[in-house]
Design a protein. Structure first.
Length: 82
């Protein structure tokens, strides 16, 4: 296994994603207080714009970014795409 990801890595990757930008056109956003933290927020008033599959993928990615290697492997084994 390579180098373990850090919070800075997660933040760098998340802010490169279109859904994580401070964009009024997106239901997803970040705030200055959370800069450097692996958080992405969603506007509750706009949750209906997000497909369940997209939200599930974002939540799974967030969980996987902080789960132990053993838990990551176990989860990925159970949720492998068919």
């Amino acid at each position: 296994m390579g180098r373990r990801a850090t919070v800075a890595d997660v933040h760098r990757l998340a802010t490169a994603m279109p859904h994580a930008q401070r964009n009024a056109g997106s239901p997803f956003f970040t705030i200055p207080h959370l800069e450097g933290h692996s958080s992405v927020l969603v506007r509750a008033s706009r949750i209906g714009e997000v497909a369940v599959e997209e939200l599930a993928e974002i939540v799974a990615d967030a969980w996987l970014s902080c789960a132990s290697a053993a838990r990551q492997r176990a989860w990925l084994e159970q949720h492998r795409p068919e």
